[in-house]
Design a protein around this ligand. Structure first.
Ligand code: TXA
Ligand code: MG
Length: 343
């Protein structure tokens, strides 16, 4: 039996299957089976009030589970499906209430990944699938991450290699007028507006000085285990001071430009050459292009955790539309610099 057929069997019997998508790995269960969906919440430790995204093989299947399919949905699916865009529309009763946290709406998405589509076609039904991590942790972008996160809580893992996009899909609520971007992702508000006209953008807080929160939704963290703080270009001197004063701690600084804090810089020279003794100090130059940054963000945070880094400093990319999704995730994963206890 093929891996996909095995996965379908497990789903049909109410089990959980992790599968790759273009964004992140999902923890899938049959969205018409309340017990299966309940298992997803339990496996993740997810609050029951946080609705799940339901995956479908194509638009015609989406229509089967939507009580209303507005013209904008037809236009957007035509343009962006399969792809990293989830559409929130009124749901039919066949999608169990536990999947949508009892909301009358459902977030539907058709992932752009060959293995996910094969699974969805053979299953021939809706698969509820949040990211396959424990609640509040960073999403998995490889099958190994899923195994590390969920272990025996998942019945089977389909391995499709590393995810191309690396952060979760754009979520667009079509039940409001105008529609609202609830979660920024690889498909930008601008791209959506080019298809259907003006949308509202739900502004998650992404400044480096204000804690992130997501009004109307759950505060989510996507956070590494290490303490993580964000800073902007003006705050580089403060971060540099902190690094010098905390050589007894294991820390990493993620930036999108050389900060002049390079270990080769004279005043940080004592840090290098410790040949593995003492705490690690790392400067990680992240890609200065948003999609490439997104692709490696979660894997980078995860590997810093595994290396035993206990403080991560992250330079916020500029407040420009193409960085909206990355800034949103960073704002949730980190605290503002002024909470780091600096003077
Ligand atoms: O990229 C993705 O979308 C990944 C992969 C696995 O496909 N899935 C994912 O699912 O991120 P999940 O369940 O973690 O996303 C849930 C988020 C909710 O926190 C909420 O922001 C939004 O999607 N959402 C889902 N259903 C909703 C609804 N009915 N109304 C409003 N927001 C909803
Ligand atoms: Mg998630």
């Amino acid at each position: 039996m093929s891996d996909v057929s095995r996965a379908v069997r497990i789903l049909r019997s109410g089990g959980l299957v992790a599968f790759p998508t273009e964004t992140v790995y999902g923890l899938g269960g049959d969205a018409t089976n309340a017990a299966a969906v309940q298992r997803i919440f339990t496996a993740k430790g997810r609050p029951p009030t946080n609705p799940l995204i339901v995956h479908v093989a194509d638009e015609s299947i989406a229509r089967r589970y939507a009580a209303d399919w507005p013209a904008a949905a037809a236009q957007l699916t035509q343009r962006f499906w399969p792809g990293p865009l989830a559409l929130v529309v009124p749901k039919k009763d066949t999608i169990v209430d536990v999947a949508t946290a009892s909301l009358p709406t459902v977030g539907l998405r058709c992932p752009d990944h060959a293995l996910a589509l094969e699974l969805l076609r053979e299953f021939d039904g809706p698969i509820a699938a949040p990211s396959a991590n424990r609640s509040t942790r960073v999403s998995p972008t490889t099958a190994r991450h899923v195994r590390e996160e969920l272990g025996d809580a998942v019945d089977f893992i389909l391995d499709g290699g590393p995810c191309r996009v690396g952060i979760e899909s754009t979520v667009l609520d079509l039940s409001t007028t105008p529609p609202t971007v609830l979660r920024p992702g690889d498909i930008t508000a601008r791209q959506i507006e080019a298809e259907i006209g003006p949308v509202m953008v739900f502004r998650g807080v992404t400044s480096s000085s204000v804690p992130a929160h997501s009004p109307g939704q759950h505060a989510r963290h996507y956070a590494p285990t290490a303490a993580a703080y964000r800073f902007d270009s003006r705050q580089i001197p403060q971060v540099a001071d902190w690094c010098r004063e905390n050589l007894d701690r294991a820390w990493a600084v993620l930036s999108i430009e050389p900060l002049g804090l390079d270990p080769a810089a004279a005043d940080l020279l004592p840090i290098v050459g410790t040949s593995g003794r003492g705490p690690a100090h790392k400067f990680v130059l992240m890609p200065n292009v948003a999609p490439e940054y997104a692709r490696c963000l979660y894997a980078t945070l995860r590997s810093l955790d595994q290396e035993g880094i206990d403080v991560i400093w992250v330079q916020m990319p500029p407040d420009q539309p193409q960085w909206a999704a990355v800034r949103d995730r960073l704002a949730r994963a980190t605290k503002p610099l002024d909470q780091a206890g600096l003077k």
